[in-house]
Write a protein that binds this ligand. Sequence first.
Ligand code: FAD
Length: 237
Amino acid sequence: MNVTLLNFTPDPEKTVVLAAKLCYSDSSIGELEEKVRGISYEKFLGKILNMGHHSVLEHVSFTFGIEGISRATSHQLVRHRIASYSQQSQRYVAFDEGFEYVTPNSIASNTAIKKDFEKTINTINRVYKRLIDLGIPPEDARYILPNAAATKIIVTMNARELLHFFHLRCCERSQWEIRDMAARMLLLVREKAPIIFSKAGPGCVNKGRCTEGEFTCGKPDEIREKFRNLSINKNYV
Ligand SMILES: Cc1cc2nc3c(=O)[nH]c(=O)nc-3n(C[C@H](O)[C@H](O)[C@H](O)COP(=O)(O)OP(=O)(O)OC[C@H]3O[C@@H](n4cnc5c(N)ncnc54)[C@H](O)[C@@H]3O)c2cc1C
């Protein structure tokens, strides 16, 4: 899996601070720019976000390039509606060299079943190529492709939606692949907007208590530690 930050709103935290200040001030926008110079963004944003004034977060967006995730995961990702997506098409792209795929660790670590998995993928690949060679359009040949087939997607989300996305998808209740992807996204945005995303993560991190009820993983301290120490070379699953 490869997750990169392609673009983002410049000065994200200043943008959010300006938007919030504007709501409570009779100053012109030019004067506001002067007024926010030198104030503590941490204190001001902390207050605003604690009040639940989260709409100001919608003024900043982040665009990610994501490669090497499975179609199973991209399907989970695109259930998040407050976002924009552009995904590599299986209708227009024929995988002449065979399709790439993702193997879950639970399968990769079981030698016997891994063989069966790979054998099945190879059979699918062979029949897929045969369909293409026979002139079947890629949009129909793709019906044979599995959930494991790898995909590429460009995603844009605003900061408010990202916090919601991290709340759901960084949680241990989410599947390992989307959890891994969400952690990588969080790491990238935290570098650009450390105040906004300082407490981002599952309920035990952002609310200070598990929000999953009977489905709790039961290890909030471990999870909090993980989100305190996110780093690029870590395996997040
Ligand atoms: C652990 C886990 C297990 C899951 N299991 C299943 C499953 O078995 N089956 C399944 O179908 N899905 C499942 N999902 C997907 C889940 O139901 C959501 O579709 C997905 O998480 C997107 O979240 P969302 O709807 O909160 O947010 P988004 O689409 O990201 O929207 C963000 C927020 O905007 C608001 N919003 C967006 N659209 C509307 C709307 N039309 N009306 C009102 N408010 C809106 C809501 O407050 C929403 O929380 C699962 C998700 C998780 C994290």
